[in-house]
Design a protein around this ligand. Structure first.
Ligand code: TRP
Length: 372
């Protein structure tokens, strides 16, 4: 059931929709409220809302009562924006926003061009280098690329109004059957000659991500898809030296997806593993993240929220900002839909305490009804 935006606003009693006419206004409002939850001041909130609107380009002005202009795979309802909160044991969560700058383009090739332009505009504004991205442009943004994406970017919204930037590219841009070879070539071009060899087995490489901008240790991240994975096998996915113990990963995945039995499988949307490489001299990754698409393993977001709260508490993180973040995004009750919490992830990076990230849908267009 797809609800029209006005109707969705009424059904869900969402006051944030009143007086909001465009996608840009809608997402800027969500982002301003999320900034408050993440402890960012009003000036940063205003700056970042403008950055988001700017990065969406002409799409920001698209009326919300029109259907989404494309079928972006960034989110289930094709909103080209998704938020995430990265929790830590010792302070407020970091707020990030993922977006598709080229979402309004007619073709995937134009989409990629618009994405590149947006990233270059950011690099001029905040003065960071794009060397890594430039080396991959010809390979991963070819003429007539294949889908499902060309370029996404994510902004980590730090205090002070200058975000850290990440770019997501598609290893299958030259065809799904060549994704492995393309990825290997991409990693070689940016100096990670042996990174590909150590990756765990999977059935696809949905993203290659690059840190650009003011990172202490910029990462290159490879995402691997694991369709139909047995729940027990999740413990073996990390390739990081001194990485997370298998039991920690298994428990996280079981708690997030409700796959408690020893013989359970992830039979819904696949879990993804993400392998972060920082030092080209190092063949093995320095980071590992397990992404669980919780939305496909719950009846409604009330259940997803309970699981997230339990996991955060167990890992010594304050779940309160998550509860407040949901109210910052939507006026609907969690149990009245499913998909607001899209993924729960457990991230390990060498030298840092583990973090849990909750990915939160904007639901600008559709609220998926609870599963029966
Ligand atoms: N919507 C896509 C998916 O579900 C891509 C995506 C968006 C994603 N946010 C994500 C993937 C967070 C992993 C983690 O796969």
């Amino acid at each position: 059931m797809e609800l029209l935006p006005e109707l969705a606003g009424e059904v869900t009693g969402d006051p944030e929709r009143r007086g909001v006419a465009t996608l840009g206004e809608f997402t800027a409002g969500q982002l301003r409220r999320l900034c408050e939850v993440a402890g960012l001041g009003p000036e940063d909130a205003r700056t970042y809302a403008d950055v988001l609107t700017g990065a969406l380009g002409p799409e920001a002005g698209r009326r919300l009562d029109l259907p989404p202009s494309g079928r972006t795979f960034l989110s289930d309802d094709h909103t080209p924006v998704e938020y995430s909160l990265a929790f830590r044991p010792d302070g407020p969560p970091d707020l990030r926003v993922l977006l598709e700058p080229g979402c309004g383009a007619g073709t995937l090739e134009e989409n990629g061009r618009a994405g590149l332009e947006a990233v270059h505009a950011m690099s001029r504004r905040w003065g960071f280098a794009t060397a890594c991205l430039d080396k991959l442009e010809e390979l991963l943004l070819p003429p007539s690329p294949e889908g499902p994406l060309a370029l996404w970017c994510a902004l980590e919204l730090l205090p002070g109004g200058v975000p850290r930037v990440k770019v997501y590219l598609n290893p299958a841009a030259r065809g799904a059957s060549r994704a492995g070879a393309t990825l290997r070539e991409a990693l070689e071009r940016i100096g990670h000659h042996w990174a590909f060899e150590g990756l765990p087995e999977g059935d696809g490489y949905p993203f290659l991500a690059l840190d650009l901008g003011g990172w202490e240790l910029p990462r290159v991240k490879v995402y691997v898809r694991h369709s139909g994975l047995p729940a027990a096998a999740v413990g073996e996915l990390s390739r990081m030296p001194d990485g997370p113990p298998a039991a920690v990963l298994r428990e996280f995945a079981a708690a997030a997806a409700g796959t408690g039995n020893a013989d359970a499988r992830f039979s819904g949307l696949p879990v993804l593993s993400c392998h972060a490489f920082t030092d080209p001299a190092d063949d093995l990754p320095s980071g590992f993240t397990l992404h669980v698409p919780v939305r496909d393993y719950v009846r409604h977001d009330g259940e997803a929220l309970d699981r997230a709260v339990a996991l955060l508490s167990r890992h010594g993180m304050d779940p309160d900002p998550l509860v407040r973040a949901l109210s910052a995004i939507t006026g609907r009750r969690p149990q009245d839909g499913v998909g607001l919490i899209a993924y729960l992830a457990l991230a390990h990076q060498r030298g840092r305490p583990p973090r849990i990230t909750a990915y939160l849908s904007a639901e600008a267009y559709t609220v998926r009804p609870p599963a029966g």
